[in-house]
Write a protein that binds this ligand. Structure first.
Ligand SMILES: [Zn+2]
Length: 127
C-alpha cells in the first residue's frame, strides 16, 4: 500500500510551501535571540518572542526515532522524527531505506512533488 498524502496550504503555511516549491525547507528564526523554531511556531520556544522570520535550513538532519510499516512485495513505509541541523524536530518520511534507520543516522532533505497538492519534505539516507 502506498500512502497518499495531499498537502494543502493556508494563509499560515503559504510561505513554507512557497519555499518547498523553490527547493527550500524553511523554519522560523527568532529575531530576538537567534533560536531556530519549528515552521509552525508562533512564538520562540527559547525566549517567547513573537518576532520570528523565515530562515532557510541546510537540508540535513539526524534520526531521533523511526518506525517502519511493512507494505506490499517487501516494501516498507518509514516515518521518522528527525532533528534538523538547525535544531528543530519534525516528522517526515524516510525514502529508499529497507528498514527504520537507527537514531543518529544522517539524513538529507528531498522534496516530494506529488501530482496533487503541495510539495512536502522527506529525507533519504545518503549513500
Ligand atoms: Zn527567541
Amino acid at each position: 500500500m502506498t500512502a497518499h498524502i495531499i498537502a494543502r496550504r493556508d494563509a499560515a503555511s503559504a510561505a513554507w510551501f512557497d519555499g518547498l516549491t523553490e527547493g527550500l525547507l524553511l523554519i522560523r528564526r527568532c529575531d530576538a535571540c537567534g533560536h531556530h523554531c519549528r515552521p509552525d511556531a508562533e512564538a520562540c520556544t527559547a525566549c517567547e518572542s513573537r518576532d520570528l522570520r523565515w530562515a532557510e535550513t541546510m537540508g540535513t538532519a539526524r534520526v531521533v526515532a523511526a518506525v517502519s510499516t511493512p507494505g506490499e512485495a517487501g516494501t516498507a513505509t518509514i516515518q521518522a522524527l528527525v532533528e534538523l541541523a538547525e535544531g528543530p524536530w519534525m516528522h517526515a518520511p524516510v525514502l529508499g531505506a529497507s528498514s527504520a534507520p537507527p537514531p543518529g543516522t544522517a539524513l538529507v532533505l528531498t522534496i516530494l512533488r506529488p501530482d496533487h497538492g503541495e510539495p512536502f519534505p522527506a529525507f533519504t539516507v545518503p549513500a
